[in-house]
Design a protein around this ligand. Structure first.
Ligand code: FAQ
Length: 311
């Protein structure tokens, strides 16, 4: 009977039907979605930290308003995504517990520091640019609640990317010192942005199954290549140099070829040994502990209201 259910499920996926929370689904499908959606949610929430670092020091009121809105959007994305994960039968407390214990990952990119204002531009341009490349196909993911959440998230990411590029443009067209600051940020964020797409296809443990389940539509390497092809001309327009001496356009394939990624750096970050891993988890732990009284108060209030309604 299990095999028949599996067969029917795959037929629905192949026919591009959306799978909804109450539908039958293989345990592995449920598990991988909880893993991916919750890690995506954690990335949004941890991703607020590197940029949050600059809210109090944004150079103008206009920049501050934009940055505040962006960081707030990221909080919203995290909450949407936690809700999407909860439809699969896992609680918010469990998910947060997995983040704080180190069992669940979050994107490697958020373990790098943001020492200068240009880092805010580079994050918007490159990190949000990479996020969009990866997330637009997720709007067609087979799991309904995740796919629908991604539609709004991608619209907001697109605004985030533009504010980052516009910020980089202002610096690149500014004084020599501002241009140097923009170049330095590009130098530090380029390779980590390429790593966001995950291990190369031959090392990607989940890809084949995720593609068959139509959670993923394109492989890690395919999306990475698309990102490089889209971003190199943007760097040229800024008058900045991509920090890769091996980067060259191949007129035959129509793609940019690029140098080797330092997978040792990536693996060290995944093991918790990146420049800011400890600081990030510490900040989330403190926020969780400091918020305990709010959660307790909300539960007490809900209980009281329920009792009042019963009277
Ligand atoms: N960092 O077999 P695969 C954002 C892990 S954007 C850390 O290829 P899969 C917006 C992977 O989890 C960032 N870990 O895995 C924003 C797995 O380990 P596991 C978030 C990584 O799932 C912008 C193992 O390596 N976006 O937040 C990374 O098929 C600016 C093997 O890898 C998403 O999460 C990495 N870079 O493909 C916010 C998008 N790459 O779980 C603030 C949704 C791989 O078995 C500011 N996720 N790993 O322990 C996905 O599309 C996929 O999960 C991939 C990985 C593509 C990330």
């Amino acid at each position: 009977q299990e095999a028949a259910l599996q067969g029917r499920f795959q037929e629905r996926v192949d026919a591009e039907e959306k799978i909804e929370p109450r539908d039958w689904m293989p345990e592995g499908y449920r598990r991988t979605l909880v893993r991916q959606i919750s890690q995506h949610a954690h990335s949004e929430i941890v991703g607020m930290l590197p940029e949050g670092n600059w809210i109090t020091r944004a150079p103008t009121l206009r920049r501050k308003v934009a940055l505040l809105a962006k960081v707030q959007d990221e909080g919203g994305h995290g909450l949407y995504l936690y809700s999407a994960a909860e439809t699969l039968g896992v609680s918010r407390d469990e998910l947060v517990g997995q983040l704080l214990s180190g069992k669940a990952k979050y994107s490697s990119i958020f373990n790098y520091p943001t020492p200068t204002w240009a880092d805010i531009g580079a994050i918007g341009w490159l990190v949000d640019g990479a996020a969009i490349m990866n997330q637009v196909p997720l709007c067609r993911c087979s799991y309904g609640p995740y796919a629908r959440a991604m539609v709004r998230i991608c619209r907001e990411e697109s605004f985030h990317q533009r504010q980052g590029y516009e910020l980089m443009l202002a610096l690149a067209q500014g004084t020599a010192a501002q241009k140097r600051m923009a170049q330095d940020a590009l130098n530090r964020w380029w390779w980590p942005s390429l790593m966001m797409f995950g291990p190369s296809d031959d090392q990607s443990a989940h890809s084949a199954q995720n593609m068959a389940w139509k959670i993923k539509r394109f492989s890690n390497d395919e999306l990475r290549q698309r990102f490089v092809d889209a971003t190199v001309p943007q760097a040229e327009f800024l008058g900045l140099t991509i920090p890769d001496p091996e980067l060259r356009f191949n007129a035959e394939t129509g793609h940019y070829e690029f140098g080797a990624i330092d997978w040792t750096e990536f693996n060290e970050i995944l093991k918790g040994n990146g420049p800011c891993n400890r600081e990030r988890i510490e900040a989330r732990r403190k926020a969780w502990d400091d918020g305990a009284w709010v959660r307790e108060a909300a539960v007490a209030h809900a209980t009281k209201r329920k009792q009042r309604a019963l009277k």
